[in-house]
Design a protein around this ligand. Structure first.
Ligand SMILES: Nc1ncnc2c1ncn2[C@@H]1O[C@H](COP(=O)(O)OP(=O)(O)OP(=O)(O)O)[C@@H](O)[C@H]1O
Length: 366
């Protein structure tokens, strides 16, 4: 078991394609780090460099303190699970699980024991004699994970392992993965563009955009303290309300309403207000910071309604605020008074997109 460190990792494919820029992060034993970001942000390239399938243009990869930047993939003792499962179609589950071990000349008795252990851990005992073509997508994916576990690698790398599964199965296998990796000691690096996977599985999330780490923090911190507009907009569903507002004195103006600028040392001419729809509530008489507007859209989401409100504005284009409200109230084309609790408001710089409340762009963590 060993700590994995990436130091100022860069990858340039061509002058115009630079998918990884100065990525530094550490994954300790027992930590589950997720690289989260939109398609093309460089996640898989980072993972492939860790695996040794791609050479960094600059920077260093260290495992247990040793520089492994240019070590051959076969000499890294890392196990990788791909989106496409990568199982041998002509082999049974048992043979697929054992295939990596046979190549390493591990004694037959030990192979048998390790396969049996992993099959039990993953609930594959009944399937050991089947071939991949005779199994569901979820079962195949469990075999692919099993093939990684059986190797007892120093690091586990998983590249979008659930993306071929339907929504229900994805949820089940996600829960399986969480349990399985909770029992593993080696660092795990997991790539996904799915924020639910990132939030539920990880002990630490690195949000990537355009090759850069935007924020590196535990999932609850990414959610409660997004470091910039990109993270605020990418993480959370329904998406955070992000409104560009003019400032006057110590207030931001949202339509006809004033929102106090708390904790902002220097007030800029304009500012971005962020508030999650679940933090916007129906105003109570004691609420101070209220806005009023007209409901123009109600979307039913099961437990809640997502209600879109056009905020009253006598001077400027009306802005829209979306609120997640209980389904026991019915709103349609009505006037509504909403509270924006000050502790739930995030402020961002219009130019840089950075959070304005003393948070750093990239949080460093030990
Ligand atoms: N071998 C390569 N040669 C040239 N460009 C490449 C190569 N591999 C990846 N790229 C480019 O690098 C960028 C990042 O790709 P990467 O696969 O790392 O993104 P990603 O975040 O994993 O995306 P996705 O979620 O779609 O898999 C993309 O623009 C991609 O086209």
């Amino acid at each position: 078991m060993a700590r994995l460190e990436l130091k100022n990792l860069n990858k340039t494919f061509s002058p115009k394609v630079i998918p990884v820029k100065d990525v530094s992060l550490t994954v300790e034993d027992g930590e589950f780090l997720t690289l989260l970001g939109p398609s093309g942000c460089g996640k898989s390239t980072v993972l492939r460099m860790i695996a040794g399938l791609e050479e960094p243009t600059r920077g260093q990869i260290r495992l247990g303190g040793e520089d492994i930047t240019f070590r051959r993939p076969g000499d890294r003792n890392m196990a990788m699970v791909f989106q496409s499962y990568a199982l041998y179609p002509h082999m049974t589950v048992s043979e697929n699980l054992a295939s990596g071990l046979k190549l390493k000349n591990i004694p037959r008795a030990e192979i048998k024991q390790r396969v049996a252990e992993v099959a039990q851990l993953l609930g594959l005992e009944e399937l050991l004699n089947r071939k991949p073509g005779q199994m569901s997508g979820g079962q195949r994916q469990r075999v692919a994970v099993g093939r990684a576990l059986v190797r007892q690698a120093q690091v586990f790398l998983l590249d979008e392992p659930l993306s071929n599964l339907d929504a229900l199965l994805r949820e089940r296998v996600r829960a399986d993965l969480k349990q399985i990796f909770a029992t593993q000691k080696a660092p795990v690096v997991y790539v996904t563009h799915d924020q639910t996977e990132a939030m539920t599985l990880s002990s630490k999330v690195a949000v990537l955009n355009n090759g850069y780490v935007q924020q590196l923090a535990p999932p609850d911190r990414i959610y409660s303290h997004p470091a910039n507009l990109f993270v605020a907009g990418f993480v959370g569903s329904p998406q955070m309300n992000l409104l560009t507002l003019p400032c006057r004195g110590r207030y931001a103006l949202l339509g006809d309403f004033q929102i106090p600028l708390l904790d902002i040392p220097t007030v800029p001419p304009q500012i971005v207000l962020g508030i999650r729809p679940e933090n916007v509530r129906i105003a109570q008489p004691e609420d101070e910071h209220i806005i009023q507007g007209r409901v123009f859209l109600v979307e039913h989401l099961g437990m809640h309604n997502l209600v879109s409100v056009r905020v009253n504005s006598s001077h400027s284009e009306p802005q829209t605020v979306r609120a997640l409200l209980p389904t026991d109230q019915v709103w349609s084309n009505e006037e509504i008074t909403l509270a924006l609790p000050p502790q739930s408001i995030h402020w961002f710089d219009v130019e840089s997109g950075d959070s304005l409340v003393g948070r750093q762009r990239v949080e460093t963590m030990s």
